[in-house]
Design a protein around this ligand. Structure first.
Ligand code: XMP
Length: 261
């Protein structure tokens, strides 16, 4: 089963479109042992309200891809959730291949990569590894932070046709032609979600971070065409993560019910 189908089925089974960004603030060396415990506790308290977990450098830098992280991945999978590595892979092909092999063999179901590096000797080895391991690749298309416009909104000249187009439109087209399993577009830019969704259609889902803490809104993002919502600090820094995740999921379900998405 492809990653795309796996997350779609999980999302239906769990009745949730939430991808939990399992992020925690920097910890000094002496406090790091508590971090994994905190991550497992967070997972346990919100697992019925989410369909996937996204892990970022917040946990990979202190723990790598062995030991505790593999145990965390096993716990994620035991709950029938999927695990995404947000490494924004962005290097030459030979290095990207090694990055992908480490993450996929550790147990991640998909990883996020940056299309800026191109295909040949760029992302091709990641897609090759993904297909061999039956895993997914999700591409950045328009990031959620304020400075995103400096890069993603640039007008570029297509290297093949010479035609002028926006960088994010070029990335969305690449996602289609490379058969990526999804693209990431910030909820803070709903008009970009809409435009990218028009290019992608229904086959390639949009993952949208930036809800809450960064100012993005659930209803607006879904209305514009986002399929999965990546939620981090709005849940992880909440006083009651279980209650917050439940309420946010209810909000998402209601928006879907009234035909927003
Ligand atoms: P918050 O706390 O703002 O966390 O909900 C968002 C999480 O998502 C990551 N992030 C992104 N990842 N493309 C990505 O691949 C993006 O455009 C993007 N914007 C935010 C962020 O690092 C954090 O883990």
């Amino acid at each position: 089963m492809s990653f795309r189908t796996r997350i779609e089925e999980t999302s239906k089974d769990k009745d949730s479109r939430i991808v939990l960004a399992l992020d925690f603030p920097f910890q000094e060396q002496k406090n790091r042992s508590q971090l994994l415990h905190r991550a497992e506790k967070m997972l346990k308290s919100v697992q019925e309200h989410i369909c996937a977990v996204k892990i970022n450098h917040h946990l990979i830098l202190p723990f790598g891809t062995f030991g505790g992280i593999q145990e965390l991945l096993r716990k994620i999978h035991r709950q029938q959730l999927v695990a995404i590595m947000d490494c924004k892979a962005n290097d030459i092909g030979a290095t990207n291949r090694v990055i992908a092999e480490y993450y996929y063999s550790a147990g991640f179901d998909a990883l996020i990569a940056n299309p800026f590096v191109g295909w040949e000797e760029g992302l091709e080895p990641i897609f090759e590894a993904a297909s061999r391991h039956k895993k997914g690749v999700i591409l950045l298309a328009y990031m959620s932070h304020k400075g995103a416009k400096e890069g993603y909104d640039q007008t570029i000249s297509d290297s093949k046709t010479g035609r002028q187009l926006k960088q994010y439109c070029s990335f969305a087209r690449k996602a289609l032609s490379w058969n990526a399993d999804g693209v990431v577009v910030g909820a803070t830019y709903p008009e970009k979600i809409k435009e990218i969704h028009q290019i992608l259609g229904e086959k390639t889902p949009i993952y949208s971070p930036g809800i809450g803490t960064q100012g993005g809104k659930i209803k607006t993002a879904l209305e514009a065409g986002a399929k999965y919502l990546i939620l981090g600090r709005v849940i992880t820094t909440s006083e009651d993560p279980d209650k917050t995740a439940k309420e946010l999921n209810k909000k998402i379900r209601n928006a879907i019910k009234i035909g927003v998405a």
